[in-house]
Design a protein around this ligand. Structure first.
Ligand code: HEC
Length: 106
C-alpha cells in the first residue's frame, strides 16, 4: 500500500517538473562561424568552385604544401584522386581546367 502511494507521489512530482520545465525548453540556436575559406582569383575559378566545394572547404585544398614538387603533376594527381578514390563527379573536360587553376594559384 505504502509503495503504491509513494509511486503515485513520485509520478506527480515528475509530471509537475515536466510541465514546468518541459514546456519552456527553448530551441538552442547556433551561430555558425562565417565561411572564411575562399578561393583566390585565378583562371577557371568557376569550374573549380563548381567541382571542389561539395565535400570539403577551400582551406582543405590550400593547406597543401608549396614548392617545386607541388606543381602541375601534383595537382593533376590530386584531382584524379578526388575522382577515383573519393568518387568526385568531375567531367573529364574539367580536369585540365582545374589543374591549371590550382597550379597557377598555389
Ligand atoms: C566527392 C567528394 C570530394 C570532392 C568533390 C572533392 N574532394 Fe578533395 N577530398 C575528399 C576527401 C574525402 C578527402 C580526404 C579527407 C581526409 O583525408 O580526411 C579530400 C582531400 C583533399 C585534399 C587533401 C589532400 C589529400 O589528398 O587528401 C585536397 C588537396 C583536395 N581534397 C583537393 C580537392 C580538389 C582540388 C577538388 C576539386 C577538383 C576536390 N578535392 C573535390 C573528397 C572530395
Amino acid at each position: 500500500m505504502k509503495t503504491r502511494l509513494l509511486f503515485v507521489l513520485l509520478l506527480a512530482i515528475v509530471l509537475a517538473l515536466i510541465l514546468k520545465y518541459g514546456a519552456n525548453a527553448a530551441p538552442i540556436a547556433y551561430t555558425l562561424p562565417p565561411e572564411t575559406a575562399a578561393f583566390p582569383p585565378g583562371p577557371n575559378l568557376e569550374t573549380v568552385m563548381n567541382n571542389c566545394t561539395g565535400c570539403h572547404s577551400a582551406d582543405y585544398i590550400f593547406i597543401q604544401p608549396t614548392g617545386a614538387k607541388f606543381k602541375e603533376d601534383f595537382w593533376r594527381a590530386e584531382v584524379n584522386k578526388m575522382i577515383k578514390v573519393y568518387g568526385a563527379p568531375i567531367a573529364d573536360a574539367d580536369i585540365p581546367k582545374i589543374v591549371e587553376y590550382l597550379t597557377a594559384t598555389h
